[in-house]
Design a protein around this ligand. Structure first.
Ligand code: GLP
Length: 243
């Protein structure tokens, strides 16, 4: 695991987008799993600006959904698939057939999780995972405890995740209690992992991720065991430090 600390969110986002652009130039059909949440939004916006300036062409990317609430249809404003479409797929002009997703309202959610994981594996796994850090150390919706071999599955959200996701949807009551998430096994096998962490409210959990014991109680701590992981943090998240 490598750590890079930048002075502010803008710099984090520029560096993250530049790293992704370098990978995309080398492999235009890169397989990328993209987190929603607030943290990576400026990264995606920067990638869109780079594409508009002709600096990168993201249209041939193969994109994988990271996680999905259970019981939420695509036309619901809380749909994480919808958020991924609005922030990444549509502005970058990626064809819907190049997107691997979790079905909305699957009749058999555990079977849907198996089917998603099988598709990812059949396509050779993820080239790159762009992830945010949950306030309890989750990656995607791999809630604690999640070990490094936790598979793609249905997960019950912890109270902490319900509270933090409540910020997106106007309060905890609007947050679904279950989700489907790409497993730790798939995420930690990505050939590159980019974890973006910004803001002082991530300070304690970032410190545990970087320096605490490697434990299922902090799923992101498994990144310590992955040389292909780069953590890009701003000074607020890193406790005021800059590189
Ligand atoms: C959410 C999502 C994650 C996201 C994380 C951090 O619950 N399941 O994919 O990365 O929490 O969110 P944010 O970036 O808004 O802090």
């Amino acid at each position: 695991m490598k750590l890079e600390i930048c002075p502010d969110i803008e710099t984090v986002s520029q560096i993250a987008a530049e790293r992704l652009a370098t990978m995309i130039r080398a492999k235009p059909d890169l397989g990328i799993v993209v987190a929603t949440g607030n943290t990576p939004m400026p990264v995606y916006a920067e990638l869109v600006r780079m594409q508009a300036r002709g600096e990168v062409d993201c249209r041939n990317l193969r994109v994988f959904q990271l996680d999905a609430y259970l019981g939420i249809n695509d036309d619901d404003p809380r749909s994480l698939f919808g958020w991924m479409m609005r922030s990444f797929i549509t502005p970058l002009g990626i064809a819907p057939e190049n997107v691997v997703r979790f079905a909305a309202l699957p009749p058999d959610p555990p079977a849907e999780c198996l089917s998603y994981a099988a598709k990812v594996r059949a396509m050779g796994g993820y080239d790159v995972a762009v992830l945010g850090l949950g306030p309890n150390g989750h990656l995607g919706f791999n809630e604690p405890p999640s070990a490094d071999d936790a598979p793609t599955r249905v997960v019950a959200l912890t109270e902490q995740s319900v509270a933090s996701n409540g910020h997106y949807w106007g309060g905890p009551d609007a947050v679904p209690r279950q989700s489907m998430t790409a497993g730790m096994d798939l995420l930690l096998s990505a050939r590159a992992i980019l974890l973006v962490v910004t803001g002082s409210r991530k300070q304690i959990i970032l410190n545990q991720t970087l320096h605490g014991p490697v434990t299922p109680q902090v799923p992101a701590s498994y990144l310590q065991t992955r040389p292909q992981a780069l953590i890009l943090a701003d000074a607020d998240a890193a406790g005021g430090k800059t590189a």
